[in-house]
Design a protein around this ligand. Structure first.
Ligand code: HEM
Length: 408
């Protein structure tokens, strides 16, 4: 039986799950619930590459724990249609993954990231100074995107005049990242956009590292270049740090505010309980973790709950679904509740590939929300329900625009 036959057979039992389709883009949470309840493994129908998706927390944990069966090494086909730079580490298995992770992880530990607090305080203050009482702002570009870019710019020692370039490139990632295996037909325009972004980012990294060396400016990228011998690996790791660190954090900050704005009683509660900011940020990550899925590749043939999985199949593990699995969150899993203590979620993944930037992302969101609550008495959506616009990339939870006004 061919992959297409298997897909067609399953499709007769379960209504199609299409993360790039309009239904999912408009209501992913209903779709995740349906899929968690319908099956443990779902073979997609009609995709260019064979893809199988998983939705339940326990299955994701099992898959994440067994890298020998569920490899992170990307298929050449996936890289061809999607993003090649930055496929290092996130797209590797031990021992290569371990080698690089051991170099990079210490750079993102709480001690080193905590030292960034004054710089992040400064960025937040400046951005809020400009935004408060300025009338309508776009919280995505003017605050979330700007803060995440400034933060990555700071740790990477990137001069301020180059921040717009970094933002431009990461916006392309936000729009197109991670969709490649799910395409139903080739998308030359999308591939061209990704190639163009890479073609700008990689030479920028080369010349930036040369400048850092000359000027002896502290930078995580220089630390990477000093500790990793292979030039290709230096490029990949630097691109990963820049690519993974901007739009993910920006989306968290924007989507978290959106959730709070839909529930004025929760916003009021947070304003009255500013010491609960950490808890609020955690609930934002649980409900709106920006990377909705991680990608794996089946390293051998196997059967999973009656579904035949073939070596080389692309595997989508839906973090955003696992974070709302009632087996883990029995009490109103689909409801954002700022008073909840979200102890267990998949927003940053789990296992050997767990997000290396989680301390940094939490620090940014915590600092922004604390200051926002302290400095404003009121926040308002300036175009009602149309204030928020999504990129329509079902694979990442990416905001395109969020029009609000902030009042002192
Ligand atoms: C809210 C913000 C963020 C979210 C939701 C997020 C989410 C994730 C997830 C789910 C993974 C796991 C990927 C996998 O299992 O294959 C991951 C990995 C990673 N993240 Fe993040 N991330 C965020 C922010 C950041 C930041 C700020 C950085 C760095 C500056 C970063 C750097 C990385 C890196 C390097 C990896 C790969 C780790 C590895 O393969 O060992 N992330 N992230």
């Amino acid at each position: 039986m061919t992959t297409a036959d298997i897909g067609a057979e399953i499709a007769t039992e379960i209504e199609e799950f299409d993360p790039l389709g309009e239904k999912f883009v408009n209501s992913p949470w209903t779709e995740f619930k349906r899929m968690r309840e319908s099956c443990r493994a779902y073979r997609h129908v009609g995709t260019l590459m064979p893809v199988v998706s998983f939705f339940r927390d326990s299955d994701l944990r099992e898959i994440r724990a067994d890298w020998e069966t569920w490899s992170s090494a990307r298929l050449a086909e996936s890289n061809k249609h999607g993003l090649r730079a930055g496929a290092l580490m996130v797209g590797q298995d031990p021992p290569d993954h371990t080698k690089y992770r051991n170099i990079i992880a210490p750079m993102f530990m709480p001690g080193r990231i905590g030292a960034l607090q004054p710089a992040i305080d400064g960025h937040v203050k400046k951005l809020l100074d400009q935004a408060i009482d300025a009338g309508e702002i776009d919280f995505m570009e003017d605050i979330g995107g700007a803060l995440a870019t400034a933060t990555i710019g700071t740790i990477c020692g990137i001069p301020e005049q180059d921040w717009p370039l970094i933002r431009e490139i990461t916006v392309i990632f936000a729009r197109d990242y991670g969709k490649a295996p799910l395409y139903k037909e080739p998308q030359p325009e999308v591939e061209a956009r990704l190639r163009e972004a890479e073609a700008k980012l990689l030479p920028f990294i080369v010349s930036h590292i040369q400048n850092l060396r000359k000027s002896n400016t502290p930078s995580i990228l220089l630390d990477v270049a000093d500790q990793v011998e292979d030039n290709f690996a230096v490029m990949g790791l630097c691109a990963l740090i820049i690519g993974a660190g901007v739009d993910t954090s920006a989306n968290l900050m924007v989507n978290g505010l959106w959730e709070l704005m839909q529930k004025p009683d929760q916003m009021r509660w947070l304003r009255n309980n500013p010491d609960k900011i950490n808890q609020a940020v955690e609930e934002c990550i649980r409900c709106r973790g920006s990377l909705r899925r991680s990608e794996r590749v089946a390293a051998r043939d196997l059967e999973f709950d009656g579904v035949q999985i073939n070596r080389g199949d692309t595997v989508m593990i839906w973090n955003a679904s696992a974070s709302r699995d009632p087996e883990v969150v029995p009490d109103r899993p689909d409801e954002f509740d700022v008073q909840r203590v979200a102890k267990r979620h998949m927003g940053f993944g789990a296992g050997i590939h767990m997000c290396i930037g989680n301390v940094l992302a939490r620090l940014e969101a915590r600092t922004l929300y604390s200051e926002l609550i302290r400095r404003t008495s009121r926040t308002e959506e300036t175009h009602g329900a149309d204030s928020y616009e999504h990129w329509g990339n079902g694979v990442t939870d990416a905001a395109k625009r969020y029009s609000v006004s902030l009042h002192s």
